[in-house]
Write a protein that binds this ligand. Structure first.
Ligand code: PRP
Ligand code: URA
Length: 205
């Protein structure tokens, strides 16, 4: 599957704010929330619809309603910065949590928590703002796949080509939607130009 980059002047504007090292956590959280809303909307653009008969105050009509539920799975911690946006957009969303942490030396992610909801009849959206080596996203997607959702889409805010390649190799059936495609990784596997450590920026750690 391909990669979709969300193109909107507001996203470009907010990405510059998020990347600015002088942006404080409160502003960072608010800006990340707005970007997340736009990314999630784009990622769920193909949600199926079915007809629904209603009556407006003036006459009957056939509208549409969502024909499938949504399951959101943030990868802790940084994915929590995108979760509130998913809850606002889809109040009936089922939420799973995957705890993964990269080793600072090897950049390999290891799992410390996993709790998944029933995903029957739901499209799953994996939330992780940083797709660096792609190791965390790939592990998260594997855990989601074990729950047999109707489909999976990966939502990120900043993606590196290396991370995209890894996810596409491991999960060719999963589309990636991101707000920005950056140039690459540094020797510590941080995204360049990137925005630094998303979890630290979000939670002032
Ligand atoms: C960060 C980020 C991603 C991961 C991306 O998490 O939130 O989950 O790194 O890197 P990768 O694509 O190379 O796997 P981190 O492990 O720093 O944990 P945190 O979210 O708790 O800060
Ligand atoms: N995780 C982050 O938070 N930032 C990066 O640049 C890479 C991984």
């Amino acid at each position: 599957m391909g990669v979709r980059i969300v193109e909107h002047p507001l996203v470009s504007h907010l990405m510059t704010c998020l990347r600015d090292k002088n942006t404080e956590p409160a502003a960072f959280r608010a800006q990340a929330g707005i970007v997340s809303r736009l990314v999630i909307l784009e990622a769920l653009r193909d949600l199926p619809l079915r007809p629904r008969e209603i009556e407006t105050p003036l006459e009957p009509m056939v509208g549409t309603e969502l024909a499938c539920g949504v399951a959101a799975v943030p990868i802790l911690r940084a994915g929590l910065g995108m979760l509130e946006s998913a809850l606002q957009l889809f109040p009936d969303v089922a939420v799973g949590y995957v705890g993964l942490e990269r080793d600072h030396k090897t950049a390999k992610a290891s799992s410390y928590y996993c709790k998944m909801p029933d995903m029957d009849g739901r499209l799953a959206i994996c939330l992780d703002p940083m797709l660096a080596t792609g190791g965390s996203a790939s592990q998260g997607i594997s855990l989601i796949k074990a729950e047999n959702p109707d489909g999976i889409v990966m939502a990120s805010i900043v993606a590196a080509p290396e991370g995209i390649e890894r996810v596409q190799n491991d999960h060719p059936d999963v589309e990636i939607v991101t707000a920005a495609l950056d140039t690459g990784l540094n020797e510590l596997k941080y995204i360049l130009p990137g925005l630094g450590d998303f979890g630290d920026r979000l939670y002032a750690t």
